[in-house]
Unconditional design. Sequence first.
Length: 223
Amino acid sequence: MQIDKLKPLGVPDFVIEHFKNQKITKLNPAQIKAVEKGILKGRNMLVCTPTGSGKTAIATFAITKALNEAKGKAVYLVPMKALANEKFKDYKELFKGTEFEVAISTGDIDSSSEWLSRYDLLILTVEKMDSLIRHHCSWLPDVSVVIIDEIHLLNDPGRGPTLEILITILKKLLKNVQLIALSATIGNPKELSLWLKAELVVDDWRPVKLKKGIYLDGKVEFE
């Protein structure tokens, strides 16, 4: 599928041009599946594909379509500050020259951070989002899309319970929110997609072929 096919589906021109400038003119298999299963129709989605396979682009299509149609704010949840900084830098570059603004907040968890109400896309850690809900931030009802990156951390004994509770609360408070969960490794994708009430996209395509081998005495023998 050519990336231009996304224009009539609601993805803004600046997003199409951004990918074209990166020499990306076609969607990969997982992205095609996501479009076919309704990512641009507001459906919840669990995307389980290898690292570097274009999961963030899938999220970007949904985020920018919602913002372009003035459906409300978008929230991008990440487990670590380093990943938050990376996503903030990427979206800052994507939104350059547009009317949309992105903000990042990973600290000061004992606050409602009302200043975030001025922004369209919010890059937040899970702990920050949890704190915002507990402090009854006024802009929460304006959120229409939530991206949950690295959702396999539901299995993490430290962060997992907070993430699970947070997702449960978001589903209860935001009846019409679109949840898009991303991960490279999930052991039970079908069960998780049912819990999220989400369409499931699973694909093993990767931009660089993965080879497996055994290293011994300075030599590698590939399968």
